[in-house]
Design a protein around this ligand. Structure first.
Ligand code: ATP
Length: 235
């Protein structure tokens, strides 16, 4: 469904992504793990089109999307839930969810998608008229994921959903992500520094290090890898 081939991205001559090749199939849950500054957010921005790749290709259902503007890409069914959540703080929960439902497909499935989001995160129903800026960090992350789901995506890209959250809230968010994976046919691309949690729930994983894919494999294989165990899992 999404195939990234030999992607190179730089900022003012400094390499952020170096020959990155990854793919994700419909309904698959792929995790990309790696330390600070590895290039995880840059990879997502390259897919969304807000950062231009220098070389390589990004294909969606077999067609290159490199020439497509960032505004057109959500029409394909690509939803980007950004790092730091980026709420519209002065808008209510419901208005934030509406901001996710901009495509014709999303508008025509508004009720179904809203039921799905409120089923996953019932607290958002209780707080539908509360200003997003006054929500807790965990609730804001639920709104951010909900806003992505309201766009009726085929691919949901989640950039460090655990960022700044307490371990208990992080566990809950990961449980909900697993639920989305099990109960819908939406493909999930997750980037995370929380390596153990990300590998516990995905179908396939990549380790991104200094802009390069250092390792890839099933979570079982990655969990057995000595480098992953010592560097990322502290075992
Ligand atoms: P983190 O986990 O800390 O969010 P990351 O893996 O998402 O990190 P990126 O944010 O993609 O990493 O950054 C990759 C590299 O590109 C870093 O060295 C970073 O300093 C650099 N970089 C990112 N954005 C810019 C920018 N707008 N201008 C210049 N350099 C940038």
């Amino acid at each position: 469904m999404l195939s990234i081939k030999e992607l190179h991205t730089s900022y003012g001559g400094l390499k952020a992504l170096d020959n990155v090749t990854i793919k994700i199939e419909p309904g698959q849950f792929v995790a990309i793990v790696g330390p600070n500054g590895a290039g995880k957010t840059t990879l997502f921005k390259s897919i969304s089109g807000t950062v231009s790749a220098e070389r390589g290709d990004i294909q969606w259902q077999g067609q290159s999307i490199m020439a497509m503007s960032p505004a057109q890409r959500p029409e394909l069914g690509i939803a980007h839930v950004p790092e730091g959540r980026q709420m519209f703080r002065e808008l209510t929960v419901l208005e934030n969810l509406e901001m996710g439902a901009q495509t014709a497909e999303a508008k025509s499935n508004w009720t179904r998608n809203l039921d799905q989001v409120l089923g996953l995160f019932p607290v958002l129903g209780e707080r539908r008229n509360q200003l997003a800026g006054t929500l807790s960090g965990g609730e804001q992350q639920m709104v951010a994921i909900g806003r992505g789901l309201m766009s009726a995506p085929k691919l949901l890209m989640l950039d460090e959903p655990s960022m700044g959250l307490a371990p208990k809230i992080t566990d809950m968010i990961f449980e909900r992500i697993e639920e989305i994976h099990k109960e819908t046919d939406i493909a999930i691309l997750l980037v995370e520094q929380r390596v153990a949690e990300a590998l516990a729930s995905c179908d396939y994983g990549y380790v991104l290090q200094s802009g390069r894919i250092a390792l890839e494999g099933t979570p079982e294989a990655l969990m057995k890898d000595e480098t992953v165990r010592s560097v990322y899992l502290g075992l």
